[in-house]
Design a binder for this molecule. Sequence first.
Ligand code: SF4
Ligand code: SF4
Length: 412
Amino acid sequence: MQTQLADFIRDTPAGREAEAILRKCVHCGFCTATCPTYQLLGDELDGPRGRIYLIKQMVEGETASAKTRLHLDRCLTCRACETTCPSGVQYGRLLDIGRELAVKKAPRSGLDALTRSVLKHFLPRPWLFKPTLKLGQWARPLLPAALRAKVPPPRAAGAWPAPTRARRMLVLAGCVQPALQPDINAAAARVLDRAGISLLTAAKAGCCGALPFHLDDIEAAKKDARRNIDAWWPLLEDGVEAIVMTASGCGVQVRDYAHLLQDDRRYALKAARVALATRDIGETVAAEGERLLPLLDAAAAAQPRTRLAFHAPCTLQHGQKIRGVVEALLTAAGFELTPVADAHLCCGSAGTYSVLQPQIAMRLRDNKLAALSAGRPQRIASANIGCITHLQSGTALPVRHWIELLDERLSQ
Ligand code: SF4
Ligand code: SF4
């Protein structure tokens, strides 16, 4: 697609990147067919091709309105369109550029600006989020059903193995996950301990930066990235093999540190190394197959098969392009995976999307739950805290992180 960049962006890294991405798009529209918001809303401007056109207009100097911003806000950043695109258009990167421009050209105001500000300051701060969640959990029986569904009951983490193994890896604690489901990282530590790996956390690491990044605060996201790099660096220098992500949404963000900090002279090289050392827990467990597969085989032989529906988060299948890995591990552990139609579609969680675009998010959740339930599973599993919490708010079936299920199998 031929683009004439306007003066304000022509000689900038964002302008050059946008032009290179736009040049690849041949406007064929294949991506539209797999876009969840286009499927629901039926408006070309709520599909990838339409949004690409809106961004092209902005970089060519046309003004943007609140309506332009709304069409970009309604995008889930699920990147299903990237998976479908035959021309390799990096839609996600283009959207980041487009959103930044849309907010500059048509600044947010009123309730929209206030909600985003509250989310940005509240969620990534455990000292604020954790006590509020505890209060909600305490008052849970008294809450109205709609609110109760959003407050999960408290969970115990279980034992974290002593860090005695010769091989060591780091795990990102994250921001909301340790409060909502502390058992996820503890389960990952127990599974990896069986493979001869100690999983460690770095006390000063925190939110991966995805929350502020998607709430228009790129500088705060960069600050989070630098803080995490500083926390992890001494351990990487000391021989830690990898930085493991148990939330696929965080995995996408940390793998992107190299791009986020590419113009930062002090951090660019470190960010590139951190991005290279980042692994999803699925890849990590699969790579230890020699030690773990015999244990999983034995567990599968000793325990009854459980029917399980797996929801692959967009950040796993489209963002990190990891497909089939978790499913293979669950099958090896003796779970019978039920068929799930339209597995490429987003569940509607998408970070804070379910708060900011609740109507679309709920419709997507209900569609996803119908697809997941069609094979009559006994449980649902996923790989990202946001998807797990969002799906659990709409079903009585237990929704768990798959690593907890693997740990459970290996512990019996
Ligand atoms: S993004 Fe890809 S699939 Fe979509 S219109 Fe452009 S070239 Fe076609
Ligand atoms: S990222 Fe997802 S919601 Fe956004 S345009 Fe692509 S397919 Fe549609």
